[in-house]
Design a protein around this ligand. Structure first.
Ligand code: SF4
Length: 381
């Protein structure tokens, strides 16, 4: 029987352990490379990540192992989902991170990994298993059965094996063929996850070309995806554990739960944390770095010595505010990533004229508590 979960998804049977932790926001998303052996038309990877060989722990672009651990700690992660690109194209890196996370957080830190059948073999599966991987999820090509038989290789190891694919409108018959193949496997795989097909900045043109449209104005979910998923759950849900994961689950539950934990851990006494986990703060910007079109690119293009100079300037003004108005030191924080001073709303509103007279820009900002502090709203004063 199909059950609607309390987190806007549908399931039959049991939810995979990786998903149980994910919905609680307890999984670190470890993106190990944007390089991929496939080129799916629905690939949701952003331009920043697609075919780029970078590592991200959640939103943090990683330059050393300590940052991965730090991000996991800041989100109180109880596990990680390793993704890409194709993590197996950077096998040694992937193995290094599995070992690193297990060593730091213990063997119960649950790690699942997304792989495509094209690049797996007995050898690399054994290496992943020996490193401590708990769950492997395959993303086979729905329209080409050439590599499907490789999925069975993973059942030679004592971990959980699943398949995770998008529910694509107009591809019901092709998806049925794949699921029929999967349920016939002996030994059986453990679960099938169907994801709501989503529109992203990068795949929008390809999806529109194929006649797919968003289901409504506020959702990234594609019209018809849910219908395909529920038809498949109804038809095969008795034979295998199935889960239909919606765009709403990812946005309203998984991301929201994760950012609430991070907000708590990075909170300073002058931040206001909203019910959804976003932060409202006062911000004092340098005039030349006032947020507007191209603001992020401008920051990224600064050299280290330019940044140092601007940070010095921010520290100088912070000191003036402390001394001039007798404001306690801990009411200010120089944000070296976005090159601004953060403080409470009272300071920026009360001293707005003074701040402007000194050629700085006061504002009230609402942002995600993620590493990239994505802006939700900026109100200049
Ligand atoms: S396998 Fe995944 S990462 Fe690679 S192209 Fe397809 S959707 Fe994108």
């Amino acid at each position: 029987m199909i059950k609607k979960t309390k987190f806007y998804s549908y399931k039959t049977g049991c939810l995979a352990k990786g998903c149980q932790l994910c919905v609680k926001g307890e999984k670190l998303v470890l993106f190990v490379t944007g390089i991929c052996s496939r080129n799916c038309y629905y690939c949701p990877l952003s331009e920043q990540k697609k075919n780029k060989d970078f590592v991200y722990a959640n939103e943090w672009k990683i330059s050393n192992d300590k940052e991965v651990i730090k991000e996991a700690e800041l989100c109180n992660a109880k596990g990680a989902g390793i993704t890409g690109g194709d993590p197996l194209l950077r096998l040694e890196r992937t193995i290094k991170y599995i070992k690193l996370l297990k060593k730091n957080f213990g063997k119960n830190f649950h790690i699942h990994l997304y792989a495509v059948p094209e690049t797996i073999n007995k050898n690399n599966l054994k290496k992943l298993y020996d490193a401590g991987l708990d769950e492997i999820r395959f993303h086979p090509d729905i329209e080409n059965s050439r590599f499907w038989d490789k999925i069975g290789l993973a059942k030679k190891f004592k971990w959980k094996v699943g398949v995770e694919i998008p529910a694509i409108p107009k591809k019901l018959r092709e998806t049925e063929k794949l699921i029929e193949y999967l349920v016939s496997l002996k030994p059986k795989i453990d679960f099938i996850n169907l994801n709501e097909l989503e529109v992203s900045d990068t795949n929008a043109n390809h999806l529109v070309e194929k006649g797919f449209v968003p289901k409504n104005r506020i959702s990234y979910g594609v019209l018809g995806s849910e219908k395909v998923a529920l038809t498949l759950l109804k038809k095969y849900g008795k034979k295998i554990n199935m889960h239909y994961c919606t765009a709403k689950l990812k946005d309203k539950v998984q991301l929201a739960n994760r950012i609430k934990k991070r907000a708590k851990n990075i909170k300073k006494k002058f931040y206001i944390v909203t019910n959804s986990g976003s932060l409202i703060r006062g911000a004092i910007y340098l005039k030349e770095l006032k947020p507007n079109f191209g603001y992020h690119k401008k920051i990224q293009s600064l050299t280290n010595s330019e940044k140092k100079k601007l940070i010095k300037e921010l520290n100088r003004f912070k000191l003036i505010l402390e001394k001039e108005f007798n404001i306690p030191k801990d009411m200010f924080f120089v944000d070296v990533l976005k090159l601004r001073i953060l403080t409470n709303i009272g300071v920026v509103t009360h001293f707005a004229e003074y701040i402007k007279k000194n050629k700085f820009v006061p504002a009230i900002v609402e942002e995600y508590p993620t590493w990239d502090q994505m802006e939700l709203n900026i109100e200049f004063i």
